[in-house]
Design a protein around this ligand. Structure first.
Ligand SMILES: [Zn+2]
Length: 402
């Protein structure tokens, strides 16, 4: 296991800071940074051009083709689509280094056919998808050009993966990780973020609980009651449960339903729970307590409980990962770039799939944006250039240079 062997020689953050600072002072790394500074205008134009190709989950093809046409100019060692449509580009190292994957997702949450036209105003770009996740796609492309321009050869391989279906099922990353497990040393998901990064993923579990009773007319003998009664009692009790803040956890009952008409008792009353935690133990414990409440309230009125799991994703946690090589090195890179990085464990993006496969992974991003998943989405322009430099420094620090 690459992660395990790296773990054995993990140095302190201070030592990595020294290492990264030396790296940042190399003439070739400075030349790569200069390239980014000389090309603000063209980076911004390309960022907008990619954003204006809408790419709803499952319909990333047109955007992928455009990215492919750009990548073809960069003298890469391999460019291909995998079996689910992820676009993969490999910049081989000189040898003897690790394999580092950087990803950004191509898909957006916006409906097919939406015409996207970016506007630039007050130092910001406004366009749906400009941030999530196009800013990070553009960051990867810009770092590739900068590395080439400065003739930087890394020791390890840099693999750039532009994934499909992050916003829906994570099908892209799941497939990539499954097909390449054992060949990846570190996995960096670029999604959201700017100043800080995440090193673990939050577990997200959605359920629909039903109380099933006999139903009946309003004027039928009562009891039996409408199934809405145990539902109300259960919801009240579930909200009394202690949901810890540490580890970070949340519980929300957002949807409910009962009879379709006013003059009938509900024979099927249901509600949803959105249960999240960075700890799988907390999730398991709350699930158990909720089940007890449901069973007690059903028994009290002679009804049955039926539970559907709408979707379920465990917390993505590697024990000791906070103190791993990758996390400390990433912290060092952020600090050398002048950030005071928030380092958190509640990510919800492609990096979870890598972590669940046992691959050391973080998620971060290249610029500050607002309003993700809304038509009012916008990003600050100026910080992106610093964010691109950060991503490049991370690439070079992790893959190593001669
Ligand atoms: Zn995203």
């Amino acid at each position: 296991m690459p992660t395990g062997s790296a773990q054995a020689q993990v140095k302190s953050v201070a030592q990595y800071i020294e290492q990264v600072r030396a790296l940042a002072n190399r003439a070739d790394v400075k030349a790569a940074n200069d390239y980014i500074d000389r090309n603000h205008e063209s980076i911004m134009r390309e960022w907008i051009a990619i954003t204006e190709i809408n790419a709803p989950s499952g319909q990333e093809h047109q955007r992928a083709k455009y990215l492919e046409s750009l990548l073809r100019k960069y003298h890469l060692d391999d460019i291909h689509y995998d079996s689910v449509g992820n676009l993969v580009a490999v910049r081989k190292g000189t040898g003897g280094g690790p394999v580092i994957v950087f990803d950004a997702h191509m898909d957006t949450v916006f409906q097919p056919g939406l015409q996207i036209k970016a506007t630039v105003r007050d130092g910001r770009i406004y366009a749906p998808g400009i941030g999530d996740d196009t800013r990070n796609i553009e960051a990867l492309l810009a770092t590739l050009r900068a590395l080439n321009e400065a003739k930087i050869k890394t020791k390890g391989d840099l693999v750039f993966v532009f994934t499909v279906e992050e916003e829906t099922t994570f099908r892209g990353v799941k497939n990539y990780v499954k097909e390449n497990k054992g060949k990846i040393d570190q996995y960096i998901a670029l999604d959201g973020g700017y100043e800080g990064f995440t090193y673990a993923g939050i577990g997200i579990n959605w359920y629909r609980h039903h109380f099933i009773g006999p139903g009946g007319h309003t004027r039928s003998q009562t009891p039996p009651y409408s199934a809405s009664l145990p539902l109300a009692r259960a919801i009240e009790r579930i909200y009394q449960l202690k949901v810890p803040m540490r580890p970070s956890s949340n519980l929300n009952i957002g949807m409910l339903g009962g009879s379709e008409v006013v003059n009938a008792k509900a024979s099927d009353a249901w509600f949803t729970i959105d249960l999240r935690s960075t700890s799988n133990e907390v999730i398991a414990d709350l699930e158990k307590q909720i089940q007890i409440i449901l069973n007690e309230e059903a028994a009290r009125v002679g009804m049955k409980v039926k539970t559907e799991v709408i979707s379920s994703a465990p917390a993505a946690v590697i024990p000791g990962h906070r103190e791993s090589y990758l996390v400390r090195m990433a912290e060092a890179v952020h600090r050398v770039m002048g950030f005071e990085p928030p380092i958190t464990n509640a990510g919800s993006n492609n990096s979870s799939a890598a972590l669940l496969a046992g691959i050391s992974s973080i998620s971060t991003g290249a610029g500050p944006c607002d309003g993700a998943h809304s038509l009012a989405e916008n990003c600050e322009i100026e910080p992106l250039y610093k964010g691109i430099k950060k991503v490049m420094l991370l690439e070079v620090a992790l893959a190593g240079v001669e």
